[in-house]
Design a protein around this ligand. Structure first.
Ligand code: MF3
Ligand code: CO
Length: 256
């Protein structure tokens, strides 16, 4: 069932989204050569606690996810588990995916950060993944369908010759991290649930430089490109208001 949120609930979504945006802004500064991915996780947890929120990722799923955020390096698309032993090095890209709960509502957003000097082709992959997100966002209008968003994301990413990961999708969000509807990054325009005022969902292209196929790590979480080439992820929580789509987890000059 797709939840429709009241104006009051949408305001709470904005507050949780702002917290998520602040965390990503701090993580960007902390993602430097020599930092461990556990350092990033600790930083995110500290900001969430100071704000009086919680980290819904911690303990989520089976096996229980052991951290507050996901940190996914290079060919790892999503769900990398932060570790003291994983040290960022010059030339890496690291995706930080953050879910923050505040007052019962959630923000969920991801950015792929550059660690030191990153190859031009990898930079382009990251920038174009963001571009694909915004192509999808443009279609998140009242009266359109989810398939319009999906199709726009796919068309943009595949237009650059990249792969679109199909095993994972965007999702509705609100009181829970994952709600209906599914928001795939591929599909047909004009199909899927109708977009109405009060909906909240995450658009999150997961894009591969090479082949789109992925493999699951033996920790039960890590999802990597099968061909080992770099991948990027860009995600925001989007609420649908009478003025159109609004990103709760994006602020120009902060984490935009
Ligand atoms: N933030 C992810 C998403 O975009 C989910 C994180 S999985 C978890 O859906 F295990 F870390 F919770
Ligand atoms: Co996420």
């Amino acid at each position: 069932m797709i939840e429709v949120l009241s104006d009051y609930e949408l305001d709470l979504m904005r507050k949780a989204g702002k917290l998520t945006a602040v965390i990503l802004s701090e993580l960007r500064k902390a993602a430097v050569p020599g930092a461990s991915t556990k350092d990033l996780d600790d930083l995110a947890m500290q900001i969430i606690k100071e704000a009086g929120g919680s980290a819904p990722c911690l303990g989520y799923g089976e096996p229980p996810f052991p951290a507050a955020i996901c940190t996914s390096i290079n060919e790892v698309v999503v769900h990398g588990i932060p570790s003291r032993k994983v040290i960022l090095k010059d030339g890496d890209i690291v995706t930080c995916d953050v879910v923050a709960e505040l007052n019962g509502f959630m923000g969920d957003a991801a950015r792929t950060f550059f660690v030191g000097n990153v190859k031009e082709e990898t930079r382009l992959l990251v920038e174009r993944t963001k571009e694909a997100f915004f192509k999808g966002l443009e279609k998140a209008q009242i009266g359109n369908r989810i398939g319009d968003v999906s199709h726009a994301v796919q068309e943009c990413a595949e237009g650059y010759g990249y792969g679109v990961v199909r095993e994972l999708t965007g999702h509705g969000i609100g009181r829970n991290m994952h709600e209906d509807p599914e928001v795939p990054n591929y599909g047909k325009a004009g199909r899927g649930p109708r977009i109405v005022k009060g909906m909240a969902f995450c658009i999150e292209p997961m894009i591969t430089m090479g082949d789109r196929h992925v493999i699951l790590g033996n920790d039960g979480w890590k999802v990597s490109a099968a061909d080992g080439l770099p991948t990027a992820h860009y995600e925001n929580t989007v609420i649908i208001t009478e003025n159109g789509p609004e990103m709760t987890t994006y602020e120009e000059g902060l984490n935009g």
